[in-house]
Design a protein around this ligand. Structure first.
Ligand code: HEC
Length: 225
């Protein structure tokens, strides 16, 4: 039988999400998120699967599927550990929603649904996203929402599950240099909370960092599209 103290400790662990810190969950991060896709043309989408955001998971059989369309593409291992590539082709239409299935874990925890991506017809001009908008798409595609609640990016929560293991980012307007350091060199800063799960280094490219910084530092109005 559990003593009262143990029961209270178990309840506290649930309240703070520490149970999820131990369970089978992974962070899926897209490495080359396209701003647009061309109907009928191949695109090689790369992504990394990391257990608890840290440990690259190799040997999986992931797939990428197109939501609402019966099309699914197998991914093969890429050069880096835990990284995979799927060559996808999207049909004509306004937009397409990609779902990355890691092949690890169960249910919504095993997938990452991206924000809809505009599909261009051949020869159509490329729309350029503003940095904060690019940041929102990246916030979803990098799996940031797997750990952080962010009400400014409701698209993540609508489609995916958050484990609430990092500080809530809703309405936060942080200092740019600080955000950059948290993203590119997280271990150079102290833990927030009990440190059971730390902010991971997801190997972000510089333009991705710039876009995410724009999202987390911009006034809310400029991040609504
Ligand atoms: C595996 C879980 C996890 C993922 C994935 C993750 N974070 Fe974090 N993040 C944390 C934790 C935990 C902290 C608190 C710092 C620490 O203890 O390392 C943190 C801290 C932060 C902070 C500082 C917040 C504050 O209150 O000062 C920012 C900003 C941040 N993360 C942004 C992001 C972004 C953007 C992404 C996606 C590119 C991301 N995080 C992905 C867990 C995560």
């Amino acid at each position: 039988m559990l003593g009262l103290g143990k029961l209270a400790a178990a309840a506290a662990a649930v309240a703070f999400g520490a149970n999820a810190a131990l369970g089978g969950w992974a962070v899926i991060s897209v490495e080359n998120l396209p701003e647009t896709l061309q109907a009928g043309s191949e695109y090689r989408l790369e992504f990394t699967v990391r257990q608890h955001g840290e440990e690259p998971l190799s040997g999986l059989k992931p797939r990428v599927r197109l939501k609402g369309i019966s099309a699914s593409f197998p991914a093969v291992a890429a050069a880096q550990p835990g990284r995979y590539a799927a060559t996808i082709t999207v049909p004509q239409g306004d937009r397409v929603t990609l779902v990355v299935e890691s092949g690890w874990g169960r249910g919504r925890m095993a997938e990452l649904t991206l924000m809809p991506i505009p599909v261009l017809k051949r020869g159509q001009a490329l729309a350029v996203q503003r940095p904060a908008d690019r940041g929102r798409h990246l916030f979803v595609a990098k799996g940031c929402g797997t750990c952080h609640i962010n009400g400014d990016v409701p698209e993540f929560a609508a489609e995916n599950e958050s484990h609430k293991l990092g500080p809530e980012l809703t309405g936060r307007r942080l200092e740019a240099q600080y955000v950059r350091q948290r993203l590119t060199n997280p271990r150079s800063l102290p833990a927030i909370g009990d440190g059971a799960v730390r902010m991971p280094d997801l190997g972000l490219a510089d333009p991705e960092v710039t876009a995410l910084v724009a999202l987390l530092t911009a006034p809310r109005e400029s991040a609504t599209h």
